[in-house]
Structures are given as C-alpha cells and as structure tokens.
Write a protein that binds this ligand. Structure first.
Ligand code: SF4
Length: 277
C-alpha cells in the first residue's frame, strides 16, 4: 500500500461540499426549471427567478416552504455547487449586476452540481474502511473531479459529464460491493427496482443494494437497512419510522429530508434527523 493511500479521507466540509446559500446568487432558485406539482406550487422555466427570490438572493418564504407548497425546495441540495459557481467560476460577479453572464452561469450550475455530487460520494467512499482496496482509484477520481470543477465556464460546459459520471460510478460500485461483502449472510440486490409503495415493513435489507431503487411511498417501517447502499434511491414519502439505517451509505441528507420517519429511526453517521419528522 502506498503512503498516499494512508491519507485521511477528506471531509465534505473540507471539500466545500456543504451548501452555503449566503455565498450563492440564488442559482437553484433561478437556473432550474420546475413544473407545478405537490413539491413546487408554480411553474417556473429555467433561467427565470422564482417569484419568492428576494433581491439579496435569499428566499422570501424560507421559514414556511412546506406550508406554502414548496416542499421540494427543502429537499434540494446543490452539494456546494452554487457557491462554487458564484464565487469561484464567476469570481463573485452576480447575474443581476452582470446580466451578460447570466445565461452561461445558469448553464454551468447543473454541470457543477453533478461534479460536486460525485465529489460527495467519492469522499464518502474514501471514508469506508472496507473499500480500502479501491481507495487509490477513488482518490485519483476525486482529484480529477476536483480539478474539473476549477475549469472556466467554457471548459465546464464542454465537459462530457455523463462519461465522467460512468467512470466514477464504476468505482463507487466496486466500493459498495466491498463494503456489502463484509456484511454476513445473503444480501439482496434490488438495484433499480420499482418498489413504489412497496410493503417492506420490517424487511431484512441489511447490506442490500438499493441503488437507484424507486422507493416512493414505500412502507419501510422497522426495516433493517444497516449497511445498505442507498445511492440515488428515491425515498420521497417513504416511511422510515423505526427503521435502522446505521452504516447505510451513499445516502444524502436531501434523500432523508424527502422521506418520513420518527424519533426511533436510526440514522447513518453524519446525517441529521429532519425537522419535520
Ligand atoms: S421558494 Fe424559495 S427556496 Fe424555493 S426556489 Fe423559490 S426562492 Fe428558492
């Protein structure tokens, strides 16, 4: 094992992956399109500021988003892409004072968000001891991805993000297999499964792969989800009351915020119990 492999995993804060809305020009509230739904009360096209966005780039209804029909805003996480685009890529020049940059800034934001999301997972995989054999490749991918985030707007827009995602995802999959292999017993593989509204109360899903599974409104009360891979699983309105997610990995706070749960739900380290549970 090389010396480099013994370096501690970089934290999400160290990599600036924690969103800091105070340093962002409200990009998620302008750049992204939304269709009126139970998650977002009105139609909004990409590039048009949300009607609730204030002049100081803060949300005018931040404290009452759920009550006002904007619950989708409470479960969105840019992984720090907003402040990176605002303060690094565009050097602190906001789209109101420099409207000529607006279109490009809004186009760069979703690219940066994808890169930051990959950095988030790579950093998490580097902190998984059972994935140690994959750590050198993960670290190289993290360094490459970090370098890509520091490109110019033109360079960022020219990136083949899907190809880069595929490369990183292959590594994350290898890390996941290592971690799950260390769990005793048979592990379920429900990758990409359609489990919409599934009755999984008390299900034995320890060490399972639920990568990209649709678990919308699934009943996961009391389920054993220890050391389960939950990357990209859609947990909107899933009921995690009393479920055990200890050691679950590639689960983000945004996924958790979109689910339901209670005081008995056991969470993976680093995630916090949503205020609405
Ligand atoms: S409701 Fe608030 S948080 Fe949601 S998009 Fe509009 S300004 Fe942003």
């Amino acid at each position: 094992m090389s010396r480099a492999d013994d370096r501690p995993a970089p934290g999400h804060a160290e990599l600036n992956l924690l969103s800091d809305c105070g340093s962002c020009f409200g990009l998620c509230c302008v750049a992204l399109p939304f269709a009126a739904s139970s998650d977002f009360a009105v139609d909004k096209e990409a590039g048009r500021p949300c009607r609730n966005l204030r002049a100081d780039f803060r949300c005018g209804i931040h404290g009452e988003l759920r009550e006002r029909g904007f619950s989708g805003c409470t479960v969105f996480d840019c992984f720090g892409a907003g402040q990176k685009v605002s303060q690094v890529t565009f050097d602190g020049q906001d789209w109101r004072r420099a409207p000529g940059t607006a279109r490009q800034m809004f186009d760069v934001f979703p690219v940066m968000r994808q890169l930051h999301e990959l950095l988030w997972y790579l950093a998490e995989a580097l902190a998984l001891p059972d994935a140690r054999p994959v750590h050198p490749a993960l670290r190289a991918a993290l360094e490459t991805t970090e370098r890509l985030t520091r490109g110019t707007p033109d360079e960022l827009l020219a990136l083949d993000v899907p190809a880069h995602r595929d490369e990183v995802n292959a590594l994350l999959l290898r890390a996941s297999e290592r971690v799950r292999a260390a769990v005793p017993g048979r592990k379920k593989d429900r990758r990409g499964a359609d489990l919409f509204g599934a009755r999984l109360k008390g299900a034995a899903l320890r060490g399972a792969s639920l990568r990209g599974a649709c678990l919308i409104a699934a009943d996961l009360r009391g389920a054993d989800l220890r050391t389960a891979d939950l990357i990209g699983a859609d947990l909107r309105d899933a009921d995690l009351s009393g479920a055990d997610l200890t050691g679950g990995f590639f689960l983000t706070q945004a996924q958790l915020n979109a689910a339901r749960g209670d005081a008995a739900t056991r969470l993976p380290a680093g995630l916090t119990r949503p205020a609405h549970w």
